[in-house]
Design a protein around this ligand. Structure first.
Ligand SMILES: [Zn+2]
Length: 168
């Protein structure tokens, strides 16, 4: 303990500041590491999405999911902002927790909600798929940045599929 010695110089304050600064830095680094494993950090988000959707298109299973007329009508009626809120809510409750008892089965395959279709189509349906497709490890709480990234992926798929002239 060398606290009292340099109280005149203000070194104590500097010390305290430095240590809390260090904690911030650690937290930032953790977040940066988490982001590094997801494509969100690229400056060209559209290009990241294109790359991801190209990869997904190669999966027969992922490609099977689509928006039916009921889904499209629902999206139209609610609007994209509301759908985005639903997506954020589903992700926070069904995907974000570190431990999910029914992981792998928490996202309905039937046309219950367009976000569920989007989750299956984009590999955001469970923590197993999230790890496989997006390199986000399971067994820990999802960060706010990761949740925002997943919502962005889901909304991108919904926008692409609900746009006019889409075949499926
Ligand atoms: Zn899954």
């Amino acid at each position: 303990m060398t606290r009292r010695k340099n109280s005149n110089t203000g070194e104590q304050e500097l010390d305290l500041f430095a240590s809390s600064d260090f904690e911030d830095e650690q937290a930032n680094r953790k977040e940066a590491e988490a982001l590094e494993t997801s494509p969100i950090i690229s400056s060209d988000v559209n290009e990241d999405f294109n790359r991801l959707f190209d990869r997904l298109a190669q999966s027969t299973f992922r490609s099977r999911f689509y928006l039916n007329n009921k889904d499209k009508a629902y999206i139209q009626a609610k609007g994209l902002n509301t759908i985005r809120q639903h997506a954020a809510d589903f992700i926070a409750k069904r995907l974000a927790p570190a431990y999910i008892p029914n992981d792998g089965k928490q996202t309905p395959m039937r046309h219950v909600h367009p976000v569920f279709q989007a989750q299956h189509a984009t590999g955001c349906c469970c923590r197993g798929c999230l790890e496989k497709w997006h390199h986000i490890p399971k067994g820990r709480l999802l960060t706010p940045a990761e949740q925002a990234y997943i919502v962005a992926v889901i909304m991108e798929w919904i926008k692409r599929k609900s746009g006019s002239g889409s075949s499926t």
